[in-house]
Design a protein around this ligand. Structure first.
Ligand code: TYD
Length: 222
């Protein structure tokens, strides 16, 4: 890895349908990376900032009607604030940023799921993240019936949508993964938790090792 990239840190995102087990894997990875002495920032979308928490409430409230572009732009406002105030400063400080959902969720849910024009969603999504894109994405993939079983509650705007919506989202993630195989690694999340965690760890640590992130960077102790 070049010294300039090394100074920048890296952005690792975890993606998947509702109930795929992202949050558990993000927690597990954060613990693993911290144990390696890597300076790690764990965050999520939507809702990681003060503005984001307000937007998350509006976005998930099923009783609040949202026009499709209003929904899209609220997610992108959440991202713009998140990138500007949390992600970009952490990357500049050399941290490994671990983010539970990012731009691929917008492409999968608002693009493939809602059936909106993909090129347009992609263009606006790129605008909102100010040139910051994931370096590595772990796609936790499982059948939607399994995701539905694993969900603890079923009452937000997305969880109550029918299975055909979630099928389109899952298929959308897989299309995106096929188009960017170097960045997006599909992980079969239908297996027992220990197996999924082991593969998440193996893929991530190999990726970090290959880029010189395994030894604690000088900034890790700062
Ligand atoms: P999340 O917090 O991951 O859901 P959960 O509470 O089930 O862990 O995300 C909330 C919902 O927002 C989820 O159904 C996916 C949706 N979402 C989008 O539709 N577009 C986006 O750009 C993002 C980031 C999330």
């Amino acid at each position: 890895m070049s010294p300039s990239n090394r100074a920048r840190g890296c952005l690792i995102t975890v993606e998947g349908i509702d109930g795929a087990g992202k949050s558990t894997q993000v927690e597990h990875l954060a613990t693993l990376l911290a144990a390696r002495g890597l300076r790690t920032l764990t965050t999520r979308e939507p809702g990681a900032t003060s503005l984001g928490r307000e937007l998350r409430r509006l976005l998930l409230a099923r009783e609040l009607a949202l026009a499709s572009d209003a929904e899209l732009f609220l997610f992108l406002a959440d991202r713009a604030e998140h990138v500007a105030t949390v992600i970009a400063p952490a990357l500049a400080a050399g941290a490994v940023v671990l983010c539970d959902r990012f731009a691929d969720s917008t492409i999968a849910y608002q693009g493939h799921g809602r059936g909106r024009d993909l090129a347009r969603v992609r263009r606006w999504s790129d605008e909102s993240s100010a040139g910051i894109a994931p370096d590595l994405t772990l796609l936790l993939d499982c059948p939607i019936a399994l995701g539905a079983e694993r969900r603890r509650h079923e009452n937000d705007r997305y969880e109550i949508l029918d299975s055909s919506f979630h099928e389109r989202v899952r298929a959308g993630f897989l299309v995106e993964a096929a188009a960017a195989p170097q960045r997006i690694r599909r992980i079969d999340a239908s297996r027992p938790l220990a197996e999924v965690s082991a593969e998440v760890a193996r893929v991530t640590l190999a990726w970090l090792d290959a880029r010189g992130y395994s030894a604690a960077p000088a900034s890790a102790s700062a």
